[in-house]
Ligand binder design. Sequence first.
Ligand code: ADP
Ligand code: ADP
Length: 237
Amino acid sequence: MIQFENVTKTYNNGVKGLKNINLTINDGEFVSVIGLSGAGKSTLLRSINRLNEITEGNINIDGASITKANKRDLRRIRRNIGMIFQHFNLVKKSSVQKNIISGRLGYYSTLKSIFGIFSKEDYALVNDALGRVGLADKLHSRSDELSGGQQQRVSIARTLVQQASIILADEPVASLDPITTQKIMKDLKKINQELNHTVVINLHSVDLAREFSSRIIGLRDGEVVFDGTAAEATDEV
Ligand code: ADP
Ligand code: ADP
């Protein structure tokens, strides 16, 4: 469960990215956050795993405050939160397999990751994750040899191997064509339904949000202006 309690984010230049947000996102929800550019979507999403430090209020993840967490607790909480970005953020020259296994770095010493000593369980997780996103044959490909859609599926697989039960996706389809966009959204939806992972996704398109999410949160100028089901969401949201 993700809880925002009176959350405000004021950037150094005085701009308020978020204004007194109160929200609860329950386990297994598929939530789309929509709004125009500058509405605060990215600020909201990045606050959840504290990539952004909030200025006021508190955020709880499964009952524990990530806002007040010390370094060790922060690492522990973040292990349960996978992140997907618009530009994929993969290690380009590294294989699909290595990129995905890096999702489990929390479990590894640096040496293990450098020398690539992985366990049977690691390989099993990687294979399962790649199967779920339909890329089983790409295990040894270099990640920069894949298409944008394939790279995004690798980053989805990485969150699966991380065994994160919360997936945050910041405009994951913004640089993809419509057909690839559908595939990525379907993958995320499938993971949400089959594994009960919570998905919070930033989108530009209301149509896409309506098609895939159980709940839509509309932001404007750092405030929640809509919070309801896909059926309730109108084009003005
Ligand atoms: P969105 O993701 O909806 O496009 P953002 O969360 O990126 O919106 O931005 C919300 C507001 O905060 C905007 O006014 C933006 O200009 C501002 N903002 C975002 N990041 C920064 C930053 N690092 N420094 C100052 N202002 C920022
Ligand atoms: P390397 O460490 O150079 O990758 P390995 O002999 O450990 O060499 O493995 C070669 C490849 O065989 C691995 O990259 C992996 O894809 C595959 N592999 C090794 N062990 C397993 C395993 N237990 N399950 C599935 N695939 C494996």
